[in-house]
Write a protein that binds this ligand. Structure first.
Ligand SMILES: Cc1cc2nc3c(=O)[nH]c(=O)nc-3n(C[C@H](O)[C@H](O)[C@H](O)COP(=O)(O)OP(=O)(O)OC[C@H]3O[C@@H](n4cnc5c(N)ncnc54)[C@H](O)[C@@H]3O)c2cc1C
Length: 338
C-alpha cells in the first residue's frame, strides 16, 4: 500500500494539447503527472507551428482567432521562459499571389476595415521568389518551434518529476467513486490528450478524423529570410540556418505514419513554382493530425465520470487554438464541483 503514488491529476499524451494543459496546471500550482511513450514523429513534433489570422482558401478572418492570437503569444512567451528556450517567432507572412484573379480578390480586401489591420500590400519583393503576380503581407502572424518546444518541455517535466515515459493502457485504469487507480498511481482527475490515437479511447465516443500530413525539410544557400513565405497552399517556414520546413499535404482518414512519395512530388511541384533557386531535400517527415467534423475542438468533461476530461481535435491549428482552449478547460476543471 505504501508504494502507491498519489497525484491530483494525470495527463495522458505530451503533444501540443497535453503540454499546454500541463503548463496551465503548473501555472495554477496543481500537481500532476504526465504519461507519454516518447514516440517519434507525432503531429506536434513535425508541425510547422504557424499561426495567422487568415483562414482557409477564401482567406476569412474569424473574430475568435483575433482573441486567440494575443492570448497564444503571451502563453508561448511564458513557456519559453519556463523551459529556457525561445520557441516563439512573431513575423509577417510574405504571401505570393498565385494568379491575377487571386491578386484582384485580395486587393479588394485591403481597404475593408475588418481586413485592413491584418493584410497590406508590399512593393519590395523578396528576391529568389517567383513573384510575377506580386505579393502581400499578413501581419499578426508567426510560428512556434514545436519540435524544440516538445523536446525542452519534456526535459522540464522530467527534471521536475512530472513525466512517466510509458504508453497508457486503458484497460489498466480502475475507476472508483471518488478516485481512480492506474498501475500504482492514485488520482482524482485524468485528462486524455492522445491526439489521433484517441480513436482507441474507450471512455469518450468523440469522432476524431485522422488527417495525414507530409512536410519536407529543404536546405538552400541561395536564399535567406526569417519570414514565412506562402504560395498556392504551400508554405516555407524558417528552420535551422539555411534550412526551411515546406508543406504540407492533407490526407483525411489516412492514419499511415509513413512518409508518402506522392506527397513529396506534390510539395516539390508547388515549391518549384515558389522558389527560383536550387535546393536540397534533406528530410521528409509525416504525422497524423487529430481533426473533427466542423473543426470543433474537443475540450470537455466526461458526462458520467466527472474526474475525466478530453482535450483533442486541435486539427490544423493546434498552435493558435491550443492555449485558449487549454485555459478554458482548466477553468472548467477548477469550477467543477467533483
Ligand atoms: C505536417 C503537419 C503540419 C502542421 N502544421 C501546423 C502549423 O503550421 N500550425 C498549427 O497550428 N498546427 C499545425 N499542425 C497541426 C498540429 O500539429 C496539431 O494540431 C497538434 O500537433 C495536435 O496536438 P495533439 O497534442 O492533440 O496530438 P499529438 O501531437 O498527436 O500528440 C499526442 C501525444 O499523445 C501520445 N499518446 C497517444 N496515445 C497515448 C497513450 N495511450 N498513452 C500515452 N500517450 C499517448 C502520443 O505519443 C503523442 O505524444 C500540423 C500537423 C502536421 C501533421
Amino acid at each position: 500500500m505504501d508504494s502507491i503514488k498519489k497525484f491530483n491529476t494525470i495527463i495522458v499524451g505530451q503533444g501540443i494539447a497535453g503540454s499546454l494543459l500541463a503548463y496551465m496546471l503548473h501555472r495554477k500550482k496543481i500537481p500532476f503527472l504526465l504519461i507519454d511513450p516518447s514516440s517519434q514523429s507525432t503531429a506536434s513534433q513535425i508541425a510547422a507551428g504557424m499561426f495567422t489570422p487568415l483562414s482557409g482558401k477564401r482567406k476569412t478572418i474569424h473574430p475568435l482567432s483575433l482573441q486567440q492570437i494575443p492570448f497564444a503569444i503571451n502563453v508561448y512567451k511564458e513557456i519559453s521562459k519556463l523551459i529556457g528556450y525561445n520557441i516563439l517567432h512573431v513575423t509577417n507572412i510574405y504571401q505570393l499571389f498565385d494568379s491575377v484573379e487571386e491578386q484582384s480578390q485580395i486587393q479588394s480586401k485591403f481597404l475593408e476595415p475588418s481586413f485592413a489591420p491584418y493584410i497590406r500590400s508590399i512593393s519590395k519583393f523578396l528576391s529568389g521568389t517567383n513573384n510575377k503576380n506580386g505579393a502581400y503581407e499578413v501581419t499578426h502572424s508567426g510560428w512556434v518551434n514545436c519540435e524544440s518546444w516538445m523536446k525542452y518541455f519534456k526535459i522540464w517535466l522530467k527534471s521536475n518529476g512530472r513525466l512517466l515515459e510509458a504508453k497508457f493502457v486503458y484497460t489498466d485504469l480502475k475507476i472508483n467513486e471518488d478516485k481512480m487507480e492506474y498501475n500504482g498511481l492514485e488520482f482524482k482527475n485524468i485528462f486524455f490528450c492522445e491526439g489521433y490515437k484517441a480513436i482507441n479511447n474507450p471512455f469518450f465516443n468523440e469522432i476524431i478524423i485522422p488527417c495525414k500530413g507530409d512536410v519536407l525539410i529543404i536546405a538552400t544557400e541561395h536564399f535567406t529570410t526569417d519570414q514565412i513565405i506562402k504560395k498556392n497552399g504551400i508554405y516555407l517556414v524558417p528552420s535551422q540556418s539555411n534550412s526551411f520546413k515546406v508543406g504540407a499535404t492533407y490526407q483525411w482518414n489516412n492514419d499511415s505514419e509513413t512518409p508518402d512519395q506522392a506527397d513529396k512530388v506534390l510539395i516539390e511541384g508547388q515549391l518549384k513554382n515558389m522558389l527560383m533557386n536550387p535546393y536540397n531535400v534533406i528530410n521528409h517527415q509525416s504525422a497524423i493530425r487529430p481533426t473533427t467534423h466542423n473543426r470543433e475542438v474537443i475540450a470537455r468533461q466526461h458526462h458520467h465520470h466527472k474526474g475525466m476530461y478530453m482535450f483533442n481535435g486541435l486539427g490544423t491549428k493546434g498552435v493558435l487554438q491550443g492555449p485558449w482552449w487549454a485555459d478554458r478547460l482548466v477553468e472548467l476543471y477548477m469550477n467543477s464541483k467533483y
